[in-house]
Design a protein around this ligand. Structure first.
Ligand SMILES: [Zn+2]
Length: 285
């Protein structure tokens, strides 16, 4: 069975504040190692659970989505990284050949409190992203895309908030809660070396259960999708010009943009575009 691991940084063991996951942070170089070790634990668990192939895809938007330490990555996986990927942005390697999706180091959706570094796609720009009127996060995009492809989401690692949010839509999901969120930039953390044991065990159980056909599919919302991105600031002139020139986007009010998409791959890509659509003349997405 082929296993797809999406790795983000905000939900990695031991990390609680924005400076932990940004280039300028004093601990960022060390935290890349913590991220790599959480991934390696998931790969090890997946292989122990019967995975025959493991693909890891980086989802953290710092340093052009290259945050793992490639010289320390588990030898028995491949890694998809870097910006400008074809297809569904950071789900480029997620297709129907995958047997189960594991979400490692993911975080709660925008608007969550507590929720360590909770946001949806854009760190500073998006106040809320709604699908069919309900707030959603990155884990929801992954679960919906996986559901479209007939692939279950089998595991989540991160804080208790993202774990509960994923469990609410995928009640079969294995949870590795590596830290308890106390706010948006504070948490009560397990020692990463212990947390890795939880991640490895959860990944193993997820793959074993996937192989046994014991996981479900999430198909919570039926396409075509109607999303709304509520910005923190009023829509700037350049963004307005860019967005109104493109199909699939419309202005709702001075800080809300509606996005229509036939599938979650394009929905994810279009919402991600709004994170940089304020650059003059940038209409490629
Ligand atoms: Zn991230």
């Amino acid at each position: 069975m082929k296993v797809f691991i999406s790795v983000d940084m905000e939900g990695i063991s031991g990390l609680v504040r924005w400076a932990d996951v940004a280039t300028r942070g004093i601990d960022y170089p060390r935290n890349r190692r913590l991220m790599t070790e959480d991934v390696n634990a998931a790969v090890e668990g997946a292989l122990a659970g019967g995975a025959t192939e493991v693909v890891v895809e980086e989802n953290h938007g710092v340093e052009d989505l290259c945050n793992l330490l490639m010289d320390e990555i588990h030898p028995d996986c491949r890694v998809v990284r870097g910006a400008g990927r074809p297809g569904a942005t950071t789900m480029a390697a997620l297709d129907a050949s995958v047997g189960v999706v594991l979400l490692v180091g993911h975080h709660g959706r925008a608007g969550s409190f507590p929720g360590i570094m909770a946001h949806t796609i854009s760190y500073g720009g998006f106040k809320l992203v709604r699908l069919a009127g309900e707030p959603i996060g990155e884990a929801d995009f992954f679960a919906l895309r996986a559901g479209e492809l007939g692939v279950p989401v089998g595991m989540i690692s991160g804080d208790q908030v993202v774990a509960a949010q994923v469990a609410a839509i995928c009640p079969w999901v294995e949870q590795a809660i590596v830290k308890e969120a106390l706010g948006n930039q504070a948490g009560n953390c397990l020692a990463p070396v212990r947390a890795r044991g939880l991640i490895e065990a959860a990944a193993r159980r997820a793959v074993e259960r996937a192989r046994a056909g014991a996981l479900g599919l999430y198909r919570g919302v039926v396409p075509p999708y109607h999303l709304e991105v509520e910005l923190r600031d009023a829509i700037a002139d350049d963004m307005r010009r860019n967005v109104t020139s493109l199909a699939g986007f419309s202005i709702v009010d001075d800080r809300t943009i509606a996005v229509e998409a036939p599938d979650m791959a394009l929905a994810f890509r279009r919402v991600a575009y709004l994170g940089y659509a304020d650059r003059p003349g940038v209409t490629r997405h």
